[in-house]
Design a protein around this ligand. Structure first.
Ligand code: ZN
Length: 387
């Protein structure tokens, strides 16, 4: 199969008028993707049209802009256009009226595999399309890439107002030995920071931790299954209130480009639970420090997916004057199921967790609960029979 790279073109100059659902289209000179991918692409376009409200631009993209930016499109006499509702081949001249209606147009370009080999970051973006056949994954991949196309993590704050300096810090490993690490923050964080403070329960949160010096993504270690981290989970990724804040604040000039439809996005954004109320120590220190600190200060707090003694609950009762410690095992269950699975000490493994992309990726070795599914709820196991 041909490797594909998605190319984005959009202009948001002197927008005016009222807010309307964003009209979005994908244009390909190379025909349709594989049927399942193409339909997930269409689903992702539906998501954008429902979630994003924009002002109409008074300077739509011209065909000449496309020929200049993507010269290979000069050779096509017709192209395939995918919108949230339709899929249709049109003459290249018909693009003019499409570009006038569309607020945002994505152009699919052929990708030279040799270029992927030269640029490892391109490889990361282009290869999953070829290798991973999970349908939900395509939906998230198209959402992730299109959000970049809209400017998420790629446009920099020209005013420098939201640009935060990187920080040096020390993380302590399982053996207590400290090693230096760098922390970077995304631009355009002033809406997202409020959501971040609430989510992590850290009112002193300094900024939105980024993947590295290039500040293209949310940090994988901190944000887990969020849609805009460096790695997509095959089982599903969530567009959180933090990403809502980043994309709404992503604009230069004096007018906001994107407004998110809160009614539409709430059911998804409210599902985001990774790291909820983990506190400032989680954001600033190693997983080992986070686990130890939480065990010492909040013995009932669940640190999953990180292993902790806290997942064993000890219940103290008295028989006359004698204390009796009753140990409860913690379990987890899947969202739409009542079946319980035990979390045992043996079910813990040291796993490398991706922190960022600096120096080939900051790696953290963290104790993670084995076989924990991506969506779960931690509950108390039922007491053993007769206990
Ligand atoms: Zn990305």
């Amino acid at each position: 199969m041909q490797a594909l790279l998605i190319y984005f073109l959009t202009y948001f100059l002197s927008a005016h008028g009222s807010l309307t659902p964003m009209k979005i289209a994908v244009v390909s000179g190379y025909g349709s993707l594989e049927p399942e991918m193409q339909s997930q692409l269409q689903n992702s376009l539906n998501w954008f049209q429902s979630a994003f409200l924009v002002h109409k631009s008074s300077h739509p993209v011209q065909i000449s802009d496309i020929y200049e930016r993507i010269p290979e499109y000069q050779k096509f006499s017709s192209v395939l256009v995918q919108t949230p509702l339709h899929r249709q081949n049109i003459r290249i001249k018909g693009l003019k009226s499409l570009l006038e209606i569309s607020d945002f147009t994505v152009f699919i370009v052929a990708q030279d595999p040799r270029r992927c080999a030269r640029e490892p970051d391109l490889l990361a973006e282009a290869l999953p399309i070829v290798l991973l056949p999970d349908t939900r994954f395509y939906y998230d991949l198209f959402r992730h890439e299109t959000l970049h196309g809209l400017g998420y993590g790629l446009i920099v704050d020209k005013t420098g107002l939201t640009d935060k300096p990187s920080e040096k810090m020390t993380w302590h490993g399982a053996n207590g030995v400290g090693h230096p690490e760098n922390r970077h923050f995304l631009d355009f964080d002033n809406f997202a920071l409020k959501a971040g403070k609430e989510h992590f329960g850290c009112s002193n949160m300094k900024g939105i931790p980024a993947d590295g010096e290039r500040k293209n993504h949310l940090n994988e270690y901190v944000f887990g299954n969020e849609l805009m981290t460096t790695h997509l989970e095959p089982s599903g990724n969530i567009f959180s209130w933090i990403s809502v804040g980043i994309i709404e604040r992503t604009y230069n000039g004096d007018q906001q480009w994107y407004h998110i439809n809160r009614t539409y996005i709430t059911p998804e954004a409210d599902q985001y639970s990774y790291g909820r109320n983990f506190g400032c120590v989680f954001l600033e220190k190693s997983c080992h420090e986070f686990i130890r600190f939480t065990e010492a200060t909040k013995p009932n707090f669940k640190t999953a997916p990180f292993c902790s003694r806290n997942h064993k609950n000890v219940n103290l009762r008295y028989f006359y004057y004698f204390p009796i410690f009753h140990e409860f095992q913690m379990c987890y269950k899947l969202p739409n199921s009542q079946k319980l699975y035990k979390i045992s000490d043996k079910g813990c493994e040291m796993r490398r967790v991706i922190g960022g992309t600096d120096n080939g990726g900051q790696q953290r070795e963290c104790p993670i609960i084995k076989h924990l599914p991506p969506m779960y709820e931690i509950v108390q196991c039922p007491p053993p029979p007769g206990g």
